[in-house]
Design a protein around this ligand. Structure first.
Ligand SMILES: Nc1nc2c(ncn2[C@@H]2O[C@H](COP(=O)(O)OP(=O)(O)OP(=O)(O)O)[C@@H](O)[C@H]2O)c(=O)[nH]1
Ligand SMILES: [Mg+2]
Length: 280
């Protein structure tokens, strides 16, 4: 009776819903929300325990650390620069050794200092962790060459760090070098002891979207969430401490959608830092 099952057309595999009904992080992209973020950062006041809020940016070579700082500075100076993207460092895409050679302090404003570092070098696990501990404890002066940090016997006056940001490109999220994972594990172990909060900043989100408008649904993308969940678990960082962004890399002008994600990232870092300052 009836046709044999072989004559039925093959049923397509059910496709997973590409978008989650609820985003895993709420970001509002209105003009109002953007302005509020700008104001929140401009009016930031550290806890009275600290004179400035100090954020340390870490990550492997070429993950986008310096670009993040440049991108945020362009965003915060939007009016003054007429929306142009500022570029303060010559970058070499695909470089194996770090372009950034010294501990460089950038001020977002009078109250916010952000410290740029050289990318992790894989074969130097132990020295990397010792150097980073010194920086976090405020024992390294700005401008010091990374190669000189362990050679110096004199204790230097630096700024104590209130929030550490680990930068990872979404490219590398799925196939991190095992040597790099060991560096991260050792580092995160050390950081847990100091109780300094750690945020995970995932860069190169532009590689996941076709057009700028698509950034708005980034936190509803099932595939993105899965990728990042794996990464966060491996790094022992909670998903509430993960931020996904795209830096300005070839754009001449800033754009409010990317800008909202960048400012949201900074606002989250400032909040984490302030909670730590309260307990200092
Ligand atoms: N497409 C894309 N390119 C990016 C992004 N962030 C950075 N880049 C590019 O990646 C390259 C490296 O970026 P940097 O910001 O210099 O990386 P870094 O982490 O400071 O690297 P080191 O200082 O060498 O350790 C540059 O060519 C950037 O333009 C991003 O979000 N998307
Ligand atoms: Mg750099």
């Amino acid at each position: 009776m009836g046709g044999s099952s072989s004559s039925e057309p093959p049923r397509p595999e059910p496709k997973p819903e590409p978008l989650l009904p609820i985003p895993w992080r709420e970001v509002e992209f209105s003009d109002y929300a953007y302005k509020k973020l700008q104001e929140e950062i401009k009016n930031h006041q550290p806890h009275p325990n600290a004179s400035t809020t100090n954020i340390l940016i870490l990550g492997s070579v070429g993950s986008g650390k310096s670009s993040f700082i440049n991108s945020v500075r362009s965003e915060l100076r939007r009016e003054e620069l007429n929306g142009r993207v500022q570029n303060i460092q010559a970058v070499r895409p695909g470089a194996q050794t770090s372009v950034t050679q010294r501990l460089k302090c950038h001020k977002f404003n009078d109250k916010i200092k952000i410290f740029d570092t050289a990318g992790f070098e894989l074969e130097k696990t132990v020295t990397t962790t010792i150097i980073l501990k010194k920086i976090i404890d405020g024992e390294v002066a700005e401008g010091t060459k990374f190669d000189d940090i362990l050679k110096t016997k004199i204790k230097m006056e630096g700024d104590k760090i209130h929030c550490v940001v680990l930068v990872i490109s979404i490219y590398n999220a799925e196939n991190l070098d095992p040597a790099l994972i060991r560096v991260y594990e050792e580092f995160i172990g050390m950081l847990t002891e100091t109780e300094v909060p750690c945020q995970l900043l995932v860069t190169f989100a532009d590689k996941l979207v076709e057009k700028t408008e698509d950034f708005k649904s980034l936190y509803r993308r099932r595939d993105v969430k899965q990728k990042i969940e794996k990464l966060a678990k491996m790094m022992r960082i909670s998903m509430s401490n993960v931020i996904v962004i795209s830096n300005y890399f070839e754009e001449m002008k800033i754009n409010q959608i990317k800008g909202t994600l960048l400012l949201e990232a900074v606002a989250q870092m400032l909040t984490a830092a302030k909670v730590f300052q309260e307990r200092m």
